[in-house]
Design a protein around this ligand. Structure first.
Ligand code: WT7
Length: 637
């Protein structure tokens, strides 16, 4: 049960220097001085980066901090992210450059130039308009990884509507809750998608979710699999039918939005309660995602950029869709599983499309590593120049495999730390940074990071403390949708005096100033890099008629990084057995989606609690791992 990624020992003194060829070509040649300068004059730095973009009207103020912690960036400025991600490229050589190369799991391929992408986005924007979608309204998108997903996102942004993308692996319950929270009137989905050779039932799930959240008036469905699905009269439309109507004209003005106008909401798990919808804006997010991508991944016109994350997560929003398109790159996108039909699928795609940068997660690397190096060895991966990692700390063993087997020992690995809340990469190397396997290295320009104690004092080098960001940055989430108090409370309350953002992670900084992320300090679990709240798993369990109380913890797992283990107290008179255990695991999966499926369900008579009634998850964890239970003085009995 307790399989831990082997060789997790982190060695502070190990340094990997980037090859000369990478250093020579790097967009940024020097870090220390440029960083110091960016911190000394943050607003100056961000204004300089913002100037590289297309604005309809220049901003008046770079940062408005008159109502902390509700910071505003580039106030008075008019911009639209789509004007930057598409429109401005149409006037350059990029018009006929590939914006997207997409491969479906069954092997079908679609490519699209910036010109073609603009047509599709404009057509769908007009379709949305014809359905009465207005500026500021939230359209929910629930789709597999197909081109229509980024097209739908961009179409919303183009007309000033917001999108709320719900990951295609989420369940009825999760989708229904997110639709209701967003009061969405329009849902964009697909009849299904391909995953491991099977068809997923997206539309059936969407139908059930719509039954539970009555706000939806219009549902637009992309025909991906051709499977039989139920379509409701007056509510359901086929995407292809609408796109063939005269209303779907390929010309559509891009809405002039305010820098601070919301671009999207994206739900993520927190410590308590329901997932929260974080709000990102047109101005700051455009500046932040494009700048960080250019700096960290050295993106160039000739690059083929593959961010293997699903657009349903922030990584997909910032670095599959928006960041690379703003930089005019060619994005590679893949619908299905990395090991379908064989574990060489990714490597064959890298060879086939000449991918130059691959950005993925430690869990994906560990998963592919298991199949052995004979799979990548069959392919010519020499097009790769840089590699990236995100989502959780990368263990040195996976790092070395990625570096040696995938990157021929020549591709630096950009280990990037950031969050849904931060909008873009915060702590990450540049291609010129000497690397230490397992460390996300140093802060990005304009970002000041601290590792501090309760009082906000810096802890000593090498000691563990709380990770804070000292001051605002353009890519930061502006609020939690519909709950500004919770936003202020969760992120800015603890270090209110200093004006710092609390990340929720613990970390240490070594003698050389390298930052090592240790993990979450709150009740958030990272499973395969996905973020889940123990509270959500527990409430899913308690919603089962047999369960009276539940606790969820994370234990180390060889591939997933962490896996969920749960403990339940059954209602009076009920006895737990294998069958019930299986039923409860399935129940959580049905409620939340397969990623939340617990590894184990154990039946207990009581749960360790504090005298005030809080479940002591750390005690459960210590017991499961067979280590010291620590201070038990607050334990109830
Ligand atoms: C949490 C945020 C940002 C995209 C994906 C995750 C963990 C993220 C790293 C990294 C160590 C990392 C943190 C963070 N995390 N990247 N490179 N090294 N930990 O976004 O789902 O909002 O999760 O992921 O614990 O707080 P998210």
């Amino acid at each position: 049960m307790k399989t831990e990624p082997t060789d997790t020992k982190k060695d502070d003194s190990l340094l990997y220097h980037p090859p000369k060829s990478i250093m020579r070509k790097a967009n940024i040649k020097e870090y220390e001085q440029a960083y110091a300068k960016s911190i000394a004059d943050r607003e100056g730095y961000w204004a300089g980066e913002a100037k590289k973009l297309k604005w309809f009207r220049k901003w008046k103020e770079v940062l408005d901090d008159s109502n902390k912690p509700f910071y505003k960036w580039f106030t008075g400025g008019k911009i639209n992210i789509v004007a930057n991600a598409i429109d401005r490229h149409l006037e350059t050589h990029r018009r006929n450059k590939l914006a997207m190369i997409w491969e479906g799991e069954p092997g079908d391929v679609k490519t699209m130039s910036y010109h073609a992408l603009n047509r599709e986005v404009s057509k769908f924007a007009n379709v949305l308009k014809s359905m009465g979608v207005k500026k500021g309204e939230i359209v929910t998108i629930y789709m597999p990884q197909i081109p229509e997903l980024p097209i739908a996102m961009l179409a919303c942004a183009k007309i000033g509507a917001m999108h709320s993308v719900v990951y295609g692996g989420f369940s009825v319950e999760a989708l229904a809750g997110r639709i209701s929270d967003a009061h969405s009137r329009v849902l964009v989905t697909a009849d299904g998608g391909w995953r491991r050779g099977k068809i997923t039932d997206l539309k059936a799930i969407a139908n059930e979710a719509m039954d539970r959240s009555p706000t939806i008036e219009v549902c637009i469905t992309v025909k991906r699999t051709g499977q039989e699905v139920h379509m409701e009269n007056d509510r359901d439309f086929w995407y292809s039918d609408l796109m063939a109507l005269p209303i779907a004209s390929p010309s559509c003005e891009t809405e002039v939005t305010d820098a601070e106008d919301p671009l999207f909401i994206l739900f993520t798990s927190g410590t308590t309660g329901k997932p929260k919808g974080l709000v990102h804006t047109h101005g700051g997010y455009t500046v932040y995602t494009s700048t960080t991508l250019r700096n960290v991944f050295d993106i160039k016109d000739e690059d083929r950029w593959w961010c293997a994350a699903d657009p349903g997560w922030i990584t997909g929003h910032s670095y599959l869709v928006y960041g690379p398109l703003i930089n005019g790159a060619t994005i590679v996108m893949y619908e299905g599983a990395p090991n379908h039909p064989y574990p060489n699928r990714w490597w064959s795609m890298i060879e086939k499309y000449g991918v130059s940068i691959l950005y993925t997660s430690p869990t994906a690397i560990r998963g592919l590593m298991r199949f052995g190096e004979q799979w990548p060895k069959r392919h010519d991966l020499s097009s790769l120049r840089l590699l990236g990692s995100v989502g959780e700390p990368i263990n040195p063993e996976a790092w070395r495999w990625y570096h040696e087997v995938i990157g021929r020992g020549e591709c630096p690995i950009m280990d990037t730390w950031w969050q849904t809340e931060t909008g873009g990469m915060m702590i990450a190397p540049l291609p010129i940074t000497p690397l230490k396997p397992g460390s996300a290295t140093k802060p990005q320009f304009g970002i000041e990071v601290g590792v501090v104690d309760e009082n906000g004092e810096d802890v000593k080098a090498g000691e563990e403390g709380k990770l804070v960001i000292k001051g605002p940055w353009p890519g930061m989430a502006r609020t939690i949708y519909g709950d500004a108090d919770r936003y202020a409370e969760t992120y800015w309350k603890e270090y209110e005096e200093q004006g710092w953002y609390k990340a929720g992670d613990s970390a240490r900084i070594d003698e050389d100033g390298y930052i090592w992320i240790i993990g979450r300090i709150d009740d958030v679990i990272k499973v395969s890099g996905y973020r889940l709240g123990t509270a959500e798993v527990e409430s899913a369990l308690v919603s089962h008629p047999a369960v009276s109380e539940a606790a969820a913890i994370a234990l180390p797992h060889e591939v997933k990084g962490n896996a969920i283990h749960t403990y339940v107290i059954l209602k009076n008179g009920l006895v737990g057995d294998k069958k019930l255990e299986e039923e409860l695991r399935k129940h959580v999966s049905d409620e939340m989606g397969p990623i939340a499926r617990p590894e184990t369900v154990a039946f207990l008579e009581s749960l360790p609690k504090t005298r005030s009634g809080k479940i002591m998850r750390r005690v459960l964890k210590a017991r499961a791992m067979g280590v010291d239970e620590g201070d038990l003085s607050t334990l109830e009995d």
